[in-house]
Design a binder for this molecule. Sequence first.
Ligand code: SAH
Ligand code: SF4
Ligand code: F3S
Length: 458
Amino acid sequence: MQERAPNTKKLYIKTWGCQMNSYDSGRMADILRPLGYRAVDAPEGADMVILNTCHIREKATDKVFSDLGRLRPLKEQKEAEGGKMLVAVAGCVAQAEGDFILERAPYVDMVFGPQTYHELPEMVLKANGNERIVNTDFDGDNKFDKLPEEHLNSGVSAFLSIQEGCDKFCTYCVVPYTRGAEYSRDVRAIIDEARRLVDAGALEITVLGQNVNAFHGVGPDGSIWGLGQLLRALNEIDGLERLRYTTSHPGDMDDDLIAAHGELDKLQPFLHLPVQSGSNKILKAMNRKHTRDLYFDVIERLRKARPDLAFSSDFIVGFPGETEEDFEDTMDLVRRVGFASCYSFKFSARPGTPAANMQNLVHESIATERLARLQGLLNEQQIAFNKKCVGLTLPVLLDRKGKKPGQLVGRSPFNQSVFVEAPDRLMNTIAQIQISEGFENSLTGSVVTGETESRAAS
Ligand code: SAH
Ligand code: SF4
Ligand code: F3S
């Protein structure tokens, strides 16, 4: 793509929420590059600030407004110096709150939802002409077809969105409203994008979707491909070393995808499979469309296909109507499955979702106490899992510098953070690391000499 703008403008993007937002932030930077915008890592003095927001829980949304408050003086200072700072709110809060953001924060110039990013150049042009923009359209062009092909700075571990939106309508969740109906990209476009990422240096690709295992994209032969079939095709890409996918729904784990875990050498032995609750009554009230037995069955079949597969999950405690017995069912499920790492949250009533109108609320103090008990058990399991890795030699994708001099940090196949003393030349490679210690949130180890690199990123 041609560079058009002679002057470099500073673009600061702050990202909250899921990996799909991280992917989107990268794509927004890509589409703004031909307009002269270059990413910077602080908002001071920026020509444009984009807050890419998350609406999933109340706390996440509150953070946006407190950040906006901090931007106001920076915008005023820029104006006092004769410049202009465009302030934009993107992502799921933008989609959900729309106009209301402009009312509450009059210094915001642009509010636009996740399905409009391909229209950014036009929107920026209008905003620079002092028009205030609110764009929360769902229909119209498909953003993936309109975004630029190039990915800049996607790094050695890259995200690739293959599916967006959700049709499941769990009663607590805003995603079907903020991201819209489920949509799968075409297989050809995904494979081409994956190849470009690998050519640009990616060794690991995580394919993304709000409900990624419901993927059903049109294949090159015109038939509909499921996720298992897509992963098989991605596994063939030369130079790609690792494949992951997230986030999955237990009800969409089909036989082919389960079999892929046993067959594909690049597919990593770690799966995030949110269950939310161990109580059938609560799962029903959540409209999860699966039971605890289905979850056990899926885990068992996956473990049969790939015995070393490690699991993580999401849990919500204190959902309306949750009794002590229901909560004990969740604790029991955790004990029976055994997780490597998990996220757990107190139920947050989200405006516009069915659960926000449910009556039999769980008292805050009870929810807090249950969350502490659940997190205690999950932490025990996480520490036990990490300690079990001591003595193993694991391939670790080293992609960050540590805080200590000479230290690199990377991810194990099981998604653990591994800290290691290593020469800089091992940065952006997969190195064999002998694990020496396991902590709650990380591992440490040392480089196994003689057998270090797979392929340096170009
Ligand atoms: N698509 C994924 C998760 C999307 S949201 C799935 O199907 O599970 C990420 C996590 O946030 C959810 O798994 C859930 O645990 C949590 N979450 C979503 N809505 C919530 C709410 N209203 N209150 C508390 N946690 C919530
Ligand atoms: Fe939300 Fe449920 Fe869809 Fe996940 S499956 S995104 S929790 S509605
Ligand atoms: Fe948050 Fe939207 Fe992702 S609500 S979790 S940023 S889909």
